[in-house]
Design a protein around this ligand. Sequence first.
Ligand SMILES: *Cc1c(COP(=O)(O)O)cnc(C)c1O
Length: 428
Amino acid sequence: MSRKKSVELYHRALEMIPGGVNSPVRAFKAIGVPPIFIERAKGSKIFDVDGNEYIDYVGSWGPMILGHAHPKVVNALKKALSKGTSYGAPTSMEVEIANKIKKAFPSIELVRMVSSGTEAVMSAIRVARGYTGRTKVIKFEGCYHGHVDSLLVKAGSGAMTFGIPDSFGIPEDFAKHTLTASYNNFESVKTLIHQYPEQIACLIVEPIAGNMGVVLPERGFLEGLRKICDEKGILLIFDEVISGFRTAYGGAQELYKIRADMTCLGKIIGGGLPVGAYGGRKSIMEKVSPLGGVYQAGTLSGNPLAMVAGITTLELLRAKKVYQDLEKKTLYLTEKISECAEERGIPFSLNRTTGMFTLFFTEGPVRDYHSAKMSDTKRFARFFMEMINEGIYLPPSQFEAWFISLAHTQKNLDKTIEACDAAFRRIA
Ligand SMILES: *Cc1c(COP(=O)(O)O)cnc(C)c1O
């Protein structure tokens, strides 16, 4: 399997783009080999510039739940394209997608479209602060909410409970308003809330975590958050940029029957085009300009192409048995992979929900950032390369989710299981 053209492109890219990529994880840093440059994708497969084909489990990090280049999405886009690509004025499509989002998420009464998940989260936090008149934010270690200044923060050590920047370029003055709790640890949340009474504007959480690898909320965790937020006048923000329309049509809120005060969406709702959205209770979202005094705007917000790709994707996800089908595929693949890993004597822990899962190379259980970090990342890097050579394209990091699409066939899944078995044998 030659990757000559990818390597050449990477070297050219390095001369022009920081690290050769437009988003860090694409650089394969955790693997230590040059990234693979993609030429096209169709259904469950992606094809690189050297003509190699792979079964794809990245799915553009979540959006491609229908598979790549779904004919209905492509046709809808072609039609929209001939009508112009952006107007900077309202369209019927924005009404249509807002209606679909509201129907899927009963907790969302008003919704604003933006152009990325980062923008959605950044805006939601601003609204939460504007609405409550408070400053501080609670987030969880291992949850990712885009590259928002105030959320690229890690927990301070020891007696320091306020956050410290997790990236250069973020003033401590911003970071100190962010408090970090441990996922699935309700006590850690309670402690922070008691320490800063009446100062916490919102608590933001991935209700199903996907950015430390898949970590599910334990029984009672989300319910506990809902209850304490109600008691203390704190807004509960669910970041469902990944879980929305993936784990169920109505995301984690449908699955766990919890209403968030505000919800952030992205990925699937753009059908592979750049999109984000944030929404929530009317009384909160009324604070957004031009209704209220919280400013937020976007030249390309509600972009017609993104709306059309999103609307078509959501329509297709409305078909009967879509989520049962996705669940069946996930269950089959993960059970077989687990059996193979066990047989080969590989220590592992597999966390799964509909359409996404992570195979951690640690005995587990993986229930938070700390336990995820126990994984053998060197073994993961070897596994990743074995899988690439078998024609399976995985997320190039241990701490990411594998995404399954509706386009993955039984044959694809069986080939993946065989590849896993061969790879496990070589890395055991
Ligand atoms: C991807 C992601 C984001 C950021 O979305 P972008 O479109 O990459 O800015 C935010 N939150 C979660 C949970 C995500 O997975």
